[in-house]
Design a protein around this ligand. Structure first.
Ligand code: BGC
Length: 379
């Protein structure tokens, strides 16, 4: 084992010179400089007695606000419990994340919390952690094809898709209407298990309406393979939307952009503006996920219709109980032991509940829930 650690340390020293963005992240504020209320109850003002243990948190990217909040919440809550925290962002670079995790192992992490860039690309480094007796918790995204993962904290990912589907179904009264509506799909990254689960939940609701002609997808792109967008790229979503609008919607308007992520909703918004659509006139129903600050502002302004609110404070709370479980022998709360088969084991999971938000309920859910203040939303 000692030899193993030594060789890992060497790899880490080498990797440090190569890794992209592997320095400690600037985890102060969201990219747009606005603060989000992220304290979920832990008292960060009272420094806890040190446990002498170090928890390393590997996050995928700072390019979208939610992961910045996730990282901040995790750091704050773990520090409040007396853990030293090593928080790193990989900026959607798979190799950078592998290097970061190697560094974490070599520098003596007692537990790894990982939100993967590519859920299947970490198998070797996960095996290294296992051999060094370092437990791993999967954060939000399931870690695939490994038996080195102990627990998984996430949101009900299929439930996210179902909630988006039901929102569209109700908003357009699909069950009763005589109208037909045009729709295009913008789904998540094929290397993220969450994306396919969301798609399955969405299609469980919408497929019957595609089958009976109430919904018409003029591009014909309705399968996950045809609509998934690698690394959740906003630019690709915009490009796809522009292509759909010029290729299929010259004579008839696009009524619904079913998107799986607020970043995609921004991409569609830009494409629609470019094609001359106007909010309040012929603007489509646009869905999203994460209830980012910008998305919530767009919902208020009418340029996005809804988003899925995922309270990252709650997710961090649940994940922290899993860290305590593996480090202190406590019992974590688990509410799903069936759905999350990663190819090697069914990972014991806690699923938080996603909530659909729109202009009618954002105040109650988001503002009263302390996620954003009215002032932040008015800026
Ligand atoms: C998360 C979503 C997020 C997406 C893009 C997914 O794994 O579950 O909340 O919108 O990644 O970052």
């Amino acid at each position: 084992m000692k030899k193993k650690i030594l060789s890992l340390m060497l790899t880490a020293v080498l990797a440090m010179g190569l890794a992209v963005g592997c320095g400690p992240a600037d985890n102060g504020q969201p990219a747009d400089g606005t603060a989000t209320t992220t304290d979920g109850g832990s008292d960060a003002s009272t420094p806890a007695a040190s446990t002498g243990k170090r928890v390393a948190v590997a996050m995928p990217t700072q390019s979208s606000e939610r992961w910045i909040n996730d990282g901040n919440n995790m750091k704050e809550k773990l520090e409040a419990l007396g853990y030293e925290v090593d928080l790193q962002y990989a900026e959607d670079d798979v190799q950078a994340q592998v290097s970061q995790i190697e560094n974490m192992i070599a520098s003596g992490a007692d537990c790894l919390v990982i939100a993967a860039v590519d859920s299947s690309a970490l198998v070797n480094v996960e095996q290294q952690a296992k051999e060094a007796d370092i437990p791993i918790i999967a954060y939000d995204r399931l870690l695939m094809d490994t038996d080195a993962v102990s627990y998984y904290a996430t949101f009900d990912n299929k439930g996210v898709g179902t909630a988006i589907g039901k929102y569209i179904e109700e908003a357009k009264d699909l069950a009763n209407t005589d109208e037909t509506y045009t729709i295009e799909f913008f789904m998540g990254s094929p290397d993220d298990n969450n994306a396919v689960m969301l798609y399955n939940g969405l299609m469980e609701v919408l497929q019957p309406y595609l089958d009976n002609g109430t919904l018409v997808c003029k591009s014909g792109r309705t399968s996950f393979e045809d609509t998934c967008i690698l690394r959740w790229s906003q630019e690709t979503a915009q490009q796809n939307c522009e292509n759909y609008l010029t290729g299929f919607y010259a004579d008839e308007k696009l009524d619904i952009c079913a998107t799986a992520f607020d970043g995609f909703a921004y991409g569609c918004k830009a494409a629609l503006e470019g094609a001359g659509y106007t909010v309040g006139k012929d603007w489509p129903l646009i869905t999203g996920q994460d209830a980012e600050l910008m998305a919530t502002k767009n919902i208020i302004a009418g340029s996005q219709t809804m988003s899925i609110y995922k309270d990252t404070r709650l997710l961090a709370d649940k994940c922290v109980t899993m860290v305590q479980a593996v480090l202190e022998g406590a019992e974590p709360e688990i509410n799903d032991e069936e759905q999350y088969d990663n190819g090697k084991l069914v990972v014991p999971s806690y699923l938080c509940t996603p909530v659909a938000v729109d202009k009618d309920n954002y105040k109650e859910i988001i503002v009263d829930g302390g996620y954003y203040t009215e002032e932040q939303l008015a800026e």
